[in-house]
Design a protein around this ligand. Structure first.
Ligand code: EPZ
Length: 420
């Protein structure tokens, strides 16, 4: 099993480039299953989750090509639907559930694995199924599988009880090939939703309102192929911004970072004393020489503070002056990283969905275990601010969502190595 070893590092300096977004690439690759012609997707990050989605498309009869040098993936969708998705493959990533909408819309019948919970929460998919049923699908749940069939899908008005990212994506994709108009209300506003909608429009869909709480879709007969470039990964960018603030005097530039997508993260880091400026897509992050001061954070759906940045900011709060609180409103079990940080000497009290943090002068390096993707990233941030050596195991979690994170951090002066 691989692990990261992080020695006591100087404050980060220099420039690195943000990769394409994992959470935009996954639904866009799933959506390419609806296209009648080849789709060429650019700036696709080289992540284990992406390659699992690639294998899923191949297992469904699709053809794919991956060009490592240009980070381009091309997909030719199957002409006929294959009913049975491979359990081992599909259950590797939750995002595989995003094939449901596209395959139902294109082939009118799909059977796939009903995802279970994960480390951060029970993560039901009731809103996905409710939305697809409203469009006219018959939904059957049996033996851990969901089977969705439909003679035809018809446009309808759908109100989401919660602005779920995944449910918005599955319903949006299915509605793109339904008869007539669909209106999705209280939908998710994340930039990844807008990117998915823009991709669908680029291959012939008729969608408006993405990025607002109401999306209107006029179904079309079919979708062609095309070329599309994925948006940058705002969570990877946010993680590097936090890493730059792990020690006083950090000063980094992030290439290919979209300030607009990072407003809540920028606001919180500024409250903690960081200086953040943007110069034509080059984001500069400077951490205060006097060290960080604490603040309070509450995660919310976009444009609120992203839950996927909660752990990284908790790491910074544990090294900041003063007392702060973190309230996690999106997932019910997303403080696993707090226990690991306490082993480094952090003063964190977790009660239900709230963590109260008293900043300490210095965390101390030790053996740590990554419990999920973002928790792992947060442990790297904590280690970059700690004294002594830190060892992080189970880093496979991070390879799901960070492309060469150790290499990029070394570019910025971090003393991190990966040990097989
Ligand atoms: C997406 O997950 C992201 N994953 C997650 O990123 C991210 O944390 C999450 O959105 C929130 O921003 C991808 O895009 C692949 P949701 P998703 O549906 O779609 C409840 C990462 O680290 N809910 O918006 O699964 C659910 O339980 C990952 O990259 C229902 O109750 O998130 C949760 O509490 C982790 N019923 C809340 O809504 C449903 O049918 C938000 O879930 C669907 C969701």
């Amino acid at each position: 099993m691989s692990k990261f070893i992080i020695e006591e590092s100087p404050c980060l300096k220099g420039k690195t480039r943000v990769s394409g977004s994992k959470n935009a690439a996954l639904p866009i690759l799933a959506a390419s299953l609806m296209a009648r012609k080849k789709c060429v997707i650019r700036d696709v990050p080289a992540l284990t989750d992406i390659f699992v989605m690639q294998n899923i498309i191949e297992s469904l009869g699709g053809k794919t090509e991956w060009d490592k040098k240009t980070e381009t993936m091309s997909v030719i969708a199957p002409d006929a639907g294959r009913l049975d998705a491979d359990y081992e493959l599909i259950s590797k990533i939750r995002a595989s559930f995003l094939i449901l909408g596209p395959l139902l819309a294109r082939f009118k019948k799909v059977r796939t694995v009903l995802p279970g919970g994960c480390a951060i929460g029970s993560r039901p998919v009731d809103l996905h199924l409710k939305g697809l049923a409203a469009l006219g699908a018959e939904i059957e749940l049996e033996h851990g599988y969901v089977t969705a069939t439909a003679k035809r899908l018809s446009g309808v008005e759908i109100y989401l009880d919660f602005p779920s990212v995944g449910a918005t994506e599955n319903i949006l994709m299915a509605a793109a090939l339904a008869d007539g108009q669909s209106v999705i209300r209280n939908c998710a506003l994340e930039p990844e939703i807008t990117d998915l909608a823009n991709f669908l429009v680029s291959i012939g869909a008729d969608i408006s309102g993405a990025g607002t709480d109401t999306i209107t879709v006029n179904g079309v007969e079919s979708l062609r192929g095309g070329e599309y470039t994925i948006i940058p990964d705002r969570i990877e960018a946010g993680t590097f911004m936090a890493a730059a603030c792990a020690r006083p005097g950090g000063d980094i530039v992030l290439e290919n970072a979209v300030t607009e997508h990072l407003r809540p993260v920028i606001a919180k880091l500024r409250e903690m004393g960081a200086e953040i400026s943007d110069n034509n897509g080059m984001m500069r992050v400077q951490s205060p020489d006097a060290g960080l001061r604490s603040t309070d954070i509450k995660t919310l759906p976009y444009p609120g503070f992203p839950t996927d940045m909660q752990a990284q900011l908790l790491a910074l709060l544990s090294m900041a002056r003063g007392r702060g609180t973190v309230v996690e409103t999106v997932f019910e079990n997303r403080f696993m990283h707090a226990a690991e940080m306490k082993r480094m000497g952090a003063d964190i009290k977790v009660e239900s969905r709230t963590a109260a943090v008293n900043g300490v002068d210095r965390l101390t390096g030790c053996h740590l275990k990554a419990t999920d993707l973002r928790a792992g990233a947060a442990l790297i941030v904590a280690a970059l601010g700690a004294s002594g050596q830190t060892e992080i195991s189970d880093i496979y979690h991070m390879e799901r969502g960070y492309d060469r994170i150790d290499e990029k951090l070394r570019q910025l002066g971090a003393r991190i190595i990966r040990v097989e």
